[in-house]
Design a protein around this ligand. Structure first.
Ligand code: UD1
Ligand code: UDP
Length: 362
């Protein structure tokens, strides 16, 4: 049988890598599709190199654009591909536009659909990802979930329990596999960071933080107030870079704004950080497993398990400077003393592969 994996944006790659590796142990043929949603070397290629992903068999080259255009281009490309290849199973990851586009095509063509990282809910319909999550889950035949709250959400939405599988978190498989390769000192040196001093890592890319000029102005004030206290390194996502630059974001001596980092470099920096400030989904999970305090600059999270079983807390732009002061005053936790969610153990990939293979009868 033929299994087609759909990836396209940065957070897809560390989720797909362990699934593809584990499925190689089963008697199936695999095809890896890159939609081209992300295309900069630092947003895409570097992950294929570092994570040992196979070269994509197909790159649709859809690129950037408004939601409609980007999703539509992906749909057109995938419909042609699925018509030619007739997959027996399509596997989608996370909550990006590439994910929902593939879900629409597979379900309309009657091809079984598996969603890795199903059931996460922020209950915030202003987030494009929430729409993508709801639609993808509604259309999926196999829902592979990372945490028990996701089972409850899917149950409330009427998904039959037989379709839902609690498998753990494949992104954490990738993290644990690369933990020994993370070299904080080497990255700090290469980005020009004095590692004898404490530092924070920040990532910002949510439309809710970087799209509206009024939000951006408030964000600049808040981050500058943090940089008054501690050195901050920001590997900045391309989205919003222009608006942040215009708003004077880069004009603070204690703020080191750099290009997005490769996976190993980024997590190397995170591992040595006093804390992380982020609006990323995946970074909330990775900090939880590494025991690094995470301040999430969002009104909600679809990953509450990182609050109840991890290092995460939600903050606002107004509360950010004081939250950083508190975290710095508390100092680092003893290694191994912060909790980790159940089944985030490095073995999600094989569990997912077993569910997929069983569904194909192999
Ligand atoms: C997308 C996902 C978001 C995810 C994020 C991870 C959707 C709706 N959003 O957001 O859930 O958290 O990826 O990083 O799918 N750009 C480049 N180079 C690239 C890619 C993008 O310069 O390689 C710039 C372009 O100006 C583009 C903008 O970033 O318009 C946004 O890219 P897009 O893929 O639409 O959404 P993200 O904000 O990256
Ligand atoms: N990441 C990275 N380099 C960076 C920033 C993030 O490798 O400069 C990794 C991060 O460790 C995680 C993934 O990219 O594995 C998360 O992607 P992102 O924050 O773009 O998306 P989200 O998780 O918010 O959808």
């Amino acid at each position: 049988p033929l299994v087609v994996h759909i990836t396209g944006a940065r957070p897809n790659f560390p989720k797909a890598a362990p699934v593809i590796a584990a499925l190689a142990e089963h008697p199936v043929r695999q095809l890896l599709v890159h939609t081209g949603q992300h295309y900069d070397e630092r947003m895409s290629e570097v992950f294929f190199r570092q994570l040992g992903l196979p070269e994509p068999d197909v790159n649709l080259g859809v690129g950037s654009g408004p939601h409609g255009a980007q999703t539509a281009a992906t749909i057109v490309g995938l419909e042609e591909l699925f018509t030619a290849e007739r997959p027996d199973l399509v596997v989608v990851y996370g909550d990006v536009n590439s994910t929902v586009a593939a879900a629409l095509v597979a379900s309309k063509m009657g091809i079984p659909l598996a969603h890795v990282e199903a059931g996460l809910r922020s209950f915030d319909m202003t987030m494009p990802e929430e729409i993508n999550r709801l639609v993808t889950d509604r259309l999926s035949d196999l829902l592979l979930v990372t945490s028990p709250d996701a089972i409850a959400h899917l149950g409330n939405e009427g998904v039959h329990p037989d379709k839902i599988h609690l498998v753990g978190n494949p992104m954490i498989d990738t993290l644990l596999r690369h933990l020994d390769a993370l070299d904080t000192a080497a990255v700090a040196d290469s980005v020009g960071l004095d590692r004898t001093e404490p530092y924070l890592v920040a990532t910002l890319h949510r439309p809710g933080n970087v799209d509206d000029p009024a939000d951006v102005a408030e964000l600049v004030r808040a981050v500058h107030a943090v940089a008054d206290q501690v050195r901050v390194v920001i590997p900045l996502h391309p989205r919003g870079r222009g608006r942040l630059e215009q708003a004077g974001f880069m004009d603070h001596d204690n703020l080191l704004v750099i290009d997005p980092l490769g996976y190993v470099e980024f997590l190397g920096l995170v591992r040595g950080a006093a804390a992380v400030v982020t609006d990323s989904g995946g970074v909330q999970e990775e900090t939880t497993v590494m025991g690094v305090p995470c301040l999430t600059l969002r009104p909600n999270t679809e990953r509450p398990v990182t609050i109840t079983h991890g290092t995460n807390q939600l903050i606002t732009r107004a509360s950010l400077p004081a939250a950083v002061a508190d975290v710095l005053a508390a100092g680092p936790a003893e290694p191994g003393t912060t909790p980790v969610p159940p089944l985030w153990d490095g073995h999600a990939g094989p569990r997912i592969a077993a569910v997929l293979a069983a569904s194909l009868g192999v």
